[in-house]
Design a binder for this molecule. Structure first.
Ligand SMILES: Cc1ncc(COP(=O)(O)O)c(C=O)c1O
Length: 442
């Protein structure tokens, strides 16, 4: 949606809330004038945005379009309220498209599209397979795992016994350590997947370990789902028993989550989401999800993913040439972790400090822990990714330019003038690309 259209909608006489309109317009200006390098953010299409604000939002639709009998779906309306004709139709459509997108053989799997986001999807998976106090394993946050994979402040470790694994000294998953921990602790479930891991994940190795100890293997592919469906990263199926993913990162859909499991686990996953941890599903988000799934089925989406990876590789190589220290020494997906403290020549206090300075230069990243960080609240790294810039159409040349601007901003981060000049360069670059993207909500 072009800026004009959006301003026009907010300025119409029906939109009387000027305070809200001002904030939304200011956010639009921010998004249009700063470069988003946060790997979990992206721009949605106008079609996704329209579905997201559709009248389906008005409908309460607790329950499922189906019922379960002896672990088998039966085609009976399982909703609790009346008036469900279209709510059921949209949920079934999203389920059908989701299964087609994420599985080779939809008959073998079940999908739940009601999770309100990624964190509740992960909690629902634990709630489906574990009882209070049971043990599960996940990658530690300071090594790139997600909070919901068992971090000490998260409900997943307060309610369950979370055993955390880490990476080896090269920043790679350490399967010997994972196996040792699994044999020692006998987890009921092992989470794999990450929020800040630049390398490919070997799901088959995780599966071997899970099988040895009789654990369920849950793959959280929130960050890499687009790479998996475009065959640019190993797919978690058939190795995983269940996968979770958000739909708003690289998939460019609404803020929501989905859970796909081997069919035999479908009933317990459904029950775990509702009535287990959630109430009414967000039907407009489910409609928007269906739109995003269809977009991701198009050949252009595969081209997009290939470019995301190419861009990340070039950005990572250029930054390395410019003297930056890249965690794991390379990137094999859409993101790069920069160790900005243990870098020799940079005078950077910590990742938070640099992320704030880069924002003044119009470059939006996020502070991040790097393996071995002792103080997660003052991390030594920043995380950057290419999904959003690639959606705008940026390619290798722009990545080289961006690497140079990051270097310039980092070296001169004490000079407000330099940062301001870089932010103007970024704005000019963005203008070129935003103008070409009429179909995006930006
Ligand atoms: C791997 C992973 N899982 C789960 C989540 C949680 O998703 P949400 O923020 O939608 O709850 C994230 C979010 O960053 C993530 O990176």
């Amino acid at each position: 949606m072009s800026i004009k259209n959006f301003y026009e909608i907010l300025k119409t006489s029906e939109f009387k809330d000027i305070e809200v309109a001002d904030i939304i317009n200011d956010e639009l200006t921010r998004q249009r004038s700063t470069l988003c390098l946060i790997p979990s953010e992206n721009y949605i299409s106008r079609e996704v945005a329209i579905a997201l604000s559709s009248p389906l939002n008005n409908k309460y639709s607790e329950g499922y379009p189906h019922k379960w009998k002896e672990n088998t779906v039966i085609s009976q309306n399982g909703k609790y309220y009346q008036g469900q004709k279209n709510a059921i139709a949209i949920e079934e459509l999203a389920m059908k498209r989701g299964l087609e997108l994420f599985t080779q053989n939809p008959d073998l799997y079940h999908i739940n599209v009601q999770s309100l986001s990624g964190a509740p999807a992960n909690l629902a998976v634990l709630n489906a397979f574990l009882n209070k106090g049971d043990t599960f394993m996940g990658l530690a946050l300071d090594f790139g795992g997600h909070l919901t994979h068992g971090h000490k402040v998260n409900i997943t470790s307060k309610y369950y016994n979370a055993v955390q694994y880490s990476l080896n000294n090269n920043g790679e998953l350490d399967f010997d350590e994972i196996e040792k921990l699994a044999l020692l602790h006998k987890p009921k479930l092992i989470f794999c997947g990450a929020t800040a891991y630049p390398l490919k994940i070997d799901f088959s190795k995780f599966s071997e370990i899970a099988k040895k100890v009789g654990a369920i293997l849950a793959a959280d592919i929130s960050h890499i789902c687009g790479l998996c469906i475009a065959n640019e990263h190993p797919h978690p199926f058939p190795y995983a028993d269940v996968i979770t993913t958000t739909t708003h990162k690289i998939l460019r859909g609404p803020r929501a989550g989905i859970i796909i499991s081997k069919k035999e686990y479908g009933q317990q996953i459904d029950k775990s989401i509702f009535p287990g941890i959630q109430g009414g599903p967000h039907m407009s988000a489910i409609a928007a999800m269906a739109v995003a799934f269809k977009e991701a089925m198009q050949p252009e989406y595969r081209d997009y993913i290939k470019q995301v990876i190419k861009n990340a590789k070039v950005l990572s190589e250029e930054l390395q040439k410019l003297g930056f220290n890249i965690v794991s020494k390379r990137t094999e997906n859409h993101l790069i972790l920069l160790d900005v403290v243990n870098n020799g020549h940079l005078s950077v206090e910590n990742g938070s400090w640099l992320a704030e300075r880069l924002e003044l230069a119009g470059i939006i990243t996020n502070k991040n822990t790097i393996p071995g960080d002792k103080k997660p609240w003052i991390p030594s790294g920043i995380r950057i990714g290419t999904p959003a810039a690639t959606t705008l159409g940026m390619k290798e040349d722009e990545m080289k330019l961006i690497a140079n601007l990051i270097k310039k901003a980092t070296e001169n981060s004490h000079s407000d003038d330099t940062l301001k000049n870089i932010s103007l360069e970024i704005k000019t670059l963005l203008n070129l690309f935003i103008e070409k993207n009429n179909n995006l909500l930006i």
